[in-house]
Write a protein of this length. Sequence first.
Length: 186
Amino acid sequence: MPKPLLSSDAIFGEALRILSDEGASGLTIRNLATHLRCSNNTLYQQVGSSEQLVRGVVARAFAELEISFDADSVWEVAVESWCTALRSTLLERPELRGLMTIADRDVVVDYVQKLLVVLERDGFSHRQAIEIGGILAHVTVSMTLSDIAAPGQWDDPRVFATTVRWLIHGMALSRAEELLRPGRRI
């Protein structure tokens, strides 16, 4: 009788332990299979390629993170706090950030949802909030990963802070233009 398949919780839980103990270099199909006492083929069958394993580990790690920001403040402060908290989390998790690529932007969706609540509470339409959340997630993750990959070039924290302030300013202007648009229903 064939051995039953492993649960995704068991696979990704062990993968996260390996990542924490051995770093990104230890996160291989062969090493994970050894830890789980199964064959490489079993893992390939369940998680796909090594790249899919890594993307799954990043998604699982992000699902377990508790990233908090100043959601009770006005939207401008909340946005700045949101971006800073996400960036700080990425900078504090060297084992995670070493695996992340731009393809992992979607793993921050739950965190983006929390920002959407603040934006809609403070008068942005749902469509605007989604657009803003996507842009802020993209800018924050992309800038942080780029800064990590090329230290000493643009990774001065003031560059990130200035970028976020400019985005907030642009959001405020866009919102004001929308409010003043002729024919807008109030």
